[in-house]
Design a binder for this molecule. Structure first.
Ligand code: ATP
Ligand code: MG
Length: 441
């Protein structure tokens, strides 16, 4: 028997409804914030990720799925979404659009060769957003508000937004110098990865998971203390705008994004839910004013975030999030071989009209057919046998009320639609639009 590859998972038909609902919420909230969906390829030139994510990140140095294609080109399965979106933004010259601030989101699979564990897979999905073309702190605040709105719409309550600023190029240069000077005498007391980072990318030392509790790092200088006046104003305004929008946040002075093109705001959203286990960061984001330029585009600022959807799903477990229920409007029982052609015409008519309709393909007996109708949660069951065929009728039963009638077979579709339009027995007669009971009608 073939087994799925390590670090991958199936979403079975019985589980897919909650993923669809999650995506529906994401799309609705994105519409509210006026972010448009973009779909980019699942693989790109390897070079794009080397430059767009950074050679010395864990992602590029240890986690990419690389392959050489038959044309001897170096390809990489995308480990994250931003690089592809930036590539597309530049290649399609979206910066020339008559909408100068381009706001986009994506939902899709990403691939990282990691050690699989709860909340960490080799194929996983992300929902991410990117906004290009403005350096306004309003956009930093909006992107955080957008991320928080997703969680609110999903009714995930126990979350913390951690934010920090690493400032502009000058702030980062000053900070880097201060950090290097501070760490120089203690460099051998840091983990081996951090010793490499010291020469390659010192900012990422603050992000080290191994040294997180190390007092040397806890006492290290903080980026906020090295912000230039402009960068300070950017950060203060971002915070003020968040407060104005009623968004709670914690300033986390050690939060960083280590790469050169990250600037100003960085943020993470953590959820305090048992169902998440150790992987409780569900969203990470920030401003990357130098990324578009570093990928050979115009000097255009950007800001974005990415959610891990599996972790969101684990967070949703604790609040009993369910998808839309599965059901059929109609289950058709065709009783004999001679009734199949006429019966199929009836099924076809109902399906053309949009009724969720199914039938028996195994020629089961009546008991088996009724069992199927119940398992498939059919609201109506139609029975079409020899007698009905002879009389041009069909027998129809409402599984919810028990009402059974014989009607003209040509009336089947209209009958089911009319019955579905009636307020359900659980409904107290309100207008169909706002009523949960009637919503599916
Ligand atoms: P971590 O520190 O957990 O490895 P990261 O810094 O690598 O996260 P990002 O690259 O910022 O993560 O990706 C954004 C989000 O994508 C993360 O916050 C997480 O929710 C999710 N994510 C990242 N890697 C994985 C993975 N291997 N499996 C599932 N989700 C992931
Ligand atoms: Mg990672």
């Amino acid at each position: 028997m073939f087994k799925k590859m390590k670090g991958t998972y199936d979403i079975l038909p019985t589980e897919v409804a909650k993923w669809q609902k999650l995506e529906k919420v994401i799309r609705n909230v994105s519409k509210i914030y006026n972010y448009k969906e973009i779909r980019t390829p699942i693989f790109e030139k390897s070079e794009l990720f080397h430059r767009g994510v950074g050679e010395d990140t864990d992602i590029v140095s240890k986690e990419t799925y690389d392959f050489i294609d038959r044309g001897k080109r170096a390809n990489t399965l995308r480990p994250e979404g931003t690089a592809g979106v930036v590539r597309s933004y530049i290649e399609n010259k979206l910066y020339t659009s008559n909408v100068p601030v381009q706001k986009m989101y994506y939902v899709g699979n990403m691939f990282r060769y990691e050690r699989p564990q709860k909340g960490r897979y080799r194929q996983f999905s992300q929902f991410g957003a990117e906004a290009f073309g403005s350096n306004s702190p309003q956009l930093d605040a909006e992107i955080i508000a957008y991320a928080v709105s997703i969680l609110k719409a999903l009714k995930i309550k126990d979350v913390n937004v951690h934010i920090n600023s690493i400032g502009d190029a000058e702030s980062k240069k000053n900070y880097k110098e201060a950090l290097l000077t501070y760490l120089a005498p203690d460099i051998d007391k840091l983990c081996s990865d951090c010793q490499v980072r010291y020469t390659k990318n010192p900012l990422r030392i603050l992000d080290c998971k191994i040294d997180a509790e190390n007092p040397i790092l806890q006492k290290a200088p903080k980026p906020l203390d090295y912000l230039t006046e402009t960068a300070k104003i950017h950060f203060v305004k971002t915070c003020n705008y968040l407060t104005a929008m009623g968004i709670n946040y914690t300033v986390d002075t050690s939060l960083v994004r280590g790469l050169d093109y990250y600037t100003h705001t960085v943020f993470e959203v953590k959820a305090n839910l048992d169902t998440l286990g150790a992987q409780n960061t569900i969203c990470g984001g920030g401003r990357y004013n130098n990324l578009v330029k570093s990928l050979e585009g115009p000097d255009t600022p950007g800001v974005g975030f990415a959610f891990g959807l599996e972790r969101l799903m684990f967070a949703l477990e604790s609040i009993n999030f369910t998808g839309d229920p599965d059901y059929l409007h109609l289950y058709m029982m065709i009783l004999g071989e001679d009734q199949k052609e006429d019966g199929l015409q009836l099924v076809n008519r109902c399906r053309l009209g949009g009724l969720y309709t199914d039938l028996d393909f195994l020629d089961k007996g009546m008991k088996g057919k009724w069992k199927q109708a119940a398992n498939l949660k059919a609201r109506f069951v139609a029975i079409f046998g020899e007698e009905e065929q002879k009389n041009g009728t069909i027998n129809i039963k409402d599984q919810e009320t028990g009402k059974e009638e014989t009607i003209k077979k040509t009336q089947l579709y209209n009958y089911v639609v009319a019955e579905l339009m009636k307020p359900s027995s659980n409904c107290e007669g309100c207008s169909t639009e706002s009523c949960d009971e009637c919503e599916d009608v």
